[in-house]
Ligand binder design. Structure first.
Ligand code: BG6
Length: 505
């Protein structure tokens, strides 16, 4: 039986997409598990003049695919209250406080409060300030703040934002969501590393040749052209999700598997990532942008033709690059990363490429090259991992052939994987912030990213194009070839072989 959490949750931006798509279904997940039961209430706020009932209907609509028992769902929705709210207006915070006090009394939430800011970061500072000046944040029970990305647009704005928040909340009270850290297989990275001596003992430059992190998306910018054009792939995906994953792969083993220790090691890993000069950044990072393309007889428009995107936009929808880590363990090992919109297919995976074994068996003796062992961690859409090994081909001759030890969940199992947001909300209620981004990590990641962005702007770097639904520009392949490497995951080959994709892009 799960222990019930007592809490009053206030969501700023309750009418928005994030609340509907992620937060309400996740809260329902916690309700079904009994983590939220009797002693909780949710206040939804936004500008729209909704009633409590309007919000409850929206909540019911957002969970409808998950409902087995109508009465149970109604009971869940009855814990939701709506308060129209202008984030700039002090008077509105007073009304909010009154409602909060009433609900605390009614549901006996013991003064525990979580504030979820599911809205534009422009308002984070104002909200935090009012939460303090209007005495909504109190010493009675706990107060925690959850915020969504983007956390600033560069180091300067991120620092300003952090200062604004720290007037009201301490670092321990701030939970900066990076939804990738809630994904099952990202959390599994540490299990694979630290619970398997066969990996942890060789997790270093002596045995690992390079590491490749791919976050590919088949979708374009959809209806987010306005936001995306001001951001680009580097800020949208690399500054946060990719660097977080990289730090989990690179960090030193924590002394014990406890929140404090993990955080400490992750921060150290971030700090050890080499900060490029502009010249180095130009050598190691390339931006790309999709043009119109076609796969399997389906046509896709180019980025510049997307709604709300200027027709001369120079925003990158793809980025490939290499990070290095300045420490004993990783000296000289490239961590290649790539991410982009409108790539061949959706797929997030990590390939850890080991060095080839000392040539006991040469390719002449074995009739083939000795392939490197590769550990692949599949994050999504399927989850699991595989390890490629060299075995002997059946028969008289001694020929090598690759074999894979593979464990991938089928889609049924995947369907049961808890939503990342549900896990992260649960962590917040537990007061466990190890799966959230610490300010020191955010700060360092902006230091790393700002240089790359500046290098591209100051040197008018060429924006390499790629047809929609390919794996990015040729320059991304060349980046690895320069070091005698290649991308392990090349999903385009499957489509090219079946003539669903042209090979002359
Ligand atoms: C978000 C980005 O943080 O992550 C989006 O802003 C991107 O552009 C999304 O599509 C990808 O997340 P997921 O969980 O769908 O892989």
């Amino acid at each position: 039986m799960n222990i019930e959490k007592k809490v009053l949750l206030t969501i700023f931006g309750a009418t928005g997409d994030l609340a509907k798509r992620k937060l309400y279904p996740s809260l329902f997940g916690l309700f079904k598990k009994g983590i939220l039961r009797e002693h909780f209430a949710v206040i939804g706020t936004a500008r729209r003049p909704w009633e409590h009932e309007t919000l409850r209907e929206v909540v019911l609509e957002s969970i409808k695919d998950d409902v087995e028992n109508e009465e149970f769902a109604e009971k869940f929705a009855s814990h939701f209250y709506y308060q129209p709210h202008d984030v700039q207006d002090s008077e509105h915070y007073r009304t909010l406080k009154q409602l909060g006090d009433t609900l605390e009394e009614r549901y006996q939430t013991e003064g525990n409060q979580v504030f979820y800011l599911a809205m534009s970061p422009n308002f984070f500072g104002t909200i935090a300030l009012h939460l303090k000046s209007e005495n909504i944040v109190t010493e009675h029970g706990y107060s925690r703040l959850i915020i969504e990305k983007p956390f600033g647009t560069d180091l300067e704005t991120a620092t300003e934002l952090n200062e604004a928040l720290s007037n009201t909340f301490t670092e321990e009270q701030i939970y900066r969501i990076d939804h990738y850290l809630g994904k099952e297989m990202i959390q599994n990275v540490s299990a694979i590393r630290f619970a398997n001596i066969i990996f942890e003992s060789i997790w270093n430059k002596d045995y690992i040749d390079n590491i490749q992190i791919t976050f590919a998306e088949a979708i374009g910018v959809e209806d987010r052209g306005g936001y995306y054009d001001g951001s680009g792939a580097l800020r949208d995906m690399v500054q946060n999700h990719i660097l977080q994953v990289l730090s989990l792969l690179a960090m030193e083993p924590p002394k014990k598997f406890a929140e404090e220790e993990i955080r400490k090691e992750k921060i150290k890993a971030f700090q050890a990532i080499h900060k490029y000069t502009e010249d180095e950044a130009l050598r190691y990072f390339i931006p790309g942008q999709y043009t119109a393309g076609e796969i399997n007889n389906e046509r896709f428009i180019g980025y510049r033709e997307e709604p709300n995107v200027p027709e001369d936009s120079l925003t990158e929808t793809f980025v490939a690059g290499a990070f290095f880590i300045d420490n004993e363990r990783w000296d000289g090992v490239p961590f290649y990363i790539r991410t982009g919109k409108r790539l061949v297919e959706k797929g997030t995976r990590i390939n850890v490429v080991f060095k080839t074994s000392p040539q006991l068996l040469t390719s002449e003796e074995c009739g083939t090259n000795v392939e490197p062992n590769v550990l692949t961690i599949y994050i999504q859409p399927t989850e699991g991992f595989s390890l490629s090994l060299n075995g002997k081909e059946m028969g008289q001759d001694f020929n090598l052939s690759p074999v894979a030890l593979s464990y991938r969940h089928d889609s049924e199992f995947l369907g049961n994987s808890p939503e990342a947001y549900e896990k992260l909300l649960h962590d917040t209620l537990d007061g466990n912030s190890s799966n959230f981004s610490h300010w020191e990590e955010v700060k360092r990641s902006w230091e790393l990213i700002d240089v790359i962005k500046k290098a591209w702007t100051n040197h008018h770097t060429e924006l390499y194009t790629y047809p929609a639904r390919t794996m990015g520009p040729m320059e991304s392949y060349e980046l690895l070839e320069r070091n005698g490497h290649e991308w392990i995951w090349q999903p385009e080959k499957w489509y090219i072989e079946r003539k669903q994709l042209r090979c002359d892009f």
